[in-house]
Write a protein that binds this ligand. Sequence first.
Ligand SMILES: *Cc1c(COP(=O)(O)O)cnc(C)c1O
Length: 603
Amino acid sequence: MSPVGNTKSDNNLEKNSKEQDFIINNLLTHPLENIEEVDDFYEAINRQHLTHAITKDRPYTYWTIELYDKRNGIRGGGGLGVLAADTRRVAEQSNVPFVLITPFYPSEQHQHYERDGDGFKNYTTHQPVDYHKYGYQFLDTVNIRCNNQLVSLDVVEKVLGTTRIICITEPGFGELYSGDSGGDHRLYQEVALGFGGYQALKLAGLKPAIMQLNEVATFFAALARLDELAENGMDFYEAVVYTRKHTLYTNHTLVQAAEADFSYAQFERYVFPNLRSKAVKKWLSDKFENGHIRLSSVTIEIAELRSGVSKLHARVANYRDLAGNKVKFKAITNGIDIPTWTSPDTVKYLLDKGILDKFYLPTTDYLEKIETITSEDITTLKSKGRLLLNQTLAHRPNQYGEFIEIPENAILFNFKRRFVDYKRPWLPFTQPEKLKAILEKHNAYYILSGRVHEGDARMSARLHAILDLVDKDAVLRKRVHYLPDYDEELGRALSIGANISINNPIVGLEACGTSWMKDIVNLGILVSTHDGGVADMPADNYLNISGNTEDEEVESLYERMEEAASAWEHSFDLEFIIKKELSAYLPVISGTRMLRDYLDYLF
Ligand SMILES: *Cc1c(COP(=O)(O)O)cnc(C)c1O
């Protein structure tokens, strides 16, 4: 089964022009009268700011080193890639001319866990991936210069409605995030995406109306544009101004200092040979400090438009430009493509109730409509969701290689996200007796899923410690399961079929997070610290984990877990919590809202 099967996200939605008008009106906060066609719309808003309208030949271009869209053949690593995939899906539904440029990695990683004597062993396998199997068309090849060699890159594309995915690839391209982040191979991949992707765009007959850079690994795309403008006769400073005006840098990271840097010698081998303009070369050379460069510093220079991915993140991201001034980011909170991540029954329910409109935006009276939700509806939809989850669990083994089934009437907690330090997956296991008591009292289960980054020995040890703890305790062994190789399929299935989700990042370290959005829209109870996009709204809209120390947070976490489990046994409480979550967060969650926010910011 495909990971996000039977959703309509990739269907070529046939829309008549009436519907298009409707979309346009939805995407627009300030009304424009007498606009009939998409092109007119973009032209009209274009008169206000940008030099060129967004059209079929001048699309919105979105650059990303990571795309998480296995249906289209590309496996990502986490939220950055999921966001890219959802942004494209929403653009497709809204009929926005949109091109996503990304590498097609010829190989992907999978993680496995197995019983090994007294403990567990884990290993990684590498699988080849062939773009032909995913409906991509080969366009042609383009060349870049790296390390005294001419590297030939295949350009392939897949058209999806008004959007397309353009990929550059070659057999030696490697895997996503392979090698060190400041290493030669990573620089090669980034240069290939930027310079190769920019040529690929021209090969497809397209010019970018806007370039959105999904993090700094895509800097070279904007650099390629600057180089082209300067080389084609535009005055260098005009070329800089023009490029800046049409480039949006979306930041997902908090601390600039944590970013790896590249050396001048590396740039001499991989970057400078791809530049034709002497003025651009000189400009870039001047940006080095002590022989090193951080891509964020030059991305800030080349992009006048800058966004962060939640209100809190935009406020606290600590970046300085080369002059030492603090950089301001516009807050555009991430959203998700609701039909991709929500059970079809629940999507239909939210549409039928008039809570969401057909573009998956909350309706104007969604708050009143939410009041008509009943606890019976919630429990019925969750039971159906549990069946879908169990279908997935039937082919996704736990840490023992067993296929489990969660009973229909049991309460299910879940924690599903990358295993990185700041997300603290171990927190609910701090006091195993308390966890056991909650699980036993409520006939509850706990599913843990998330990949450890290859080479992260610390987190690998922490995961093994949890698995050992569970293994040595009969109650935990029955009720707690780890699902290896976390991916979109598990993310979706768990959001749909679990009752309670746990999200406990160290406050201040989550840029946005989107897993919690999938949980809320699937009518689950969120137990969370006040961080990332969750902090867009006040903390009384979900079950908040609070505390000044980690010990206090752990106490609070168990209290909230108890409260959440008990709410699933008391219809009044359940209804109250779910309505509150939906009322506060549906506008945040809507990916269409996010795209509209980006368009508003750009135009
Ligand atoms: C939704 C999703 C994410 C996003 O995770 P966050 O931790 O919430 O940012 C990552 N990986 C997969 C597979 C997902 O489905």
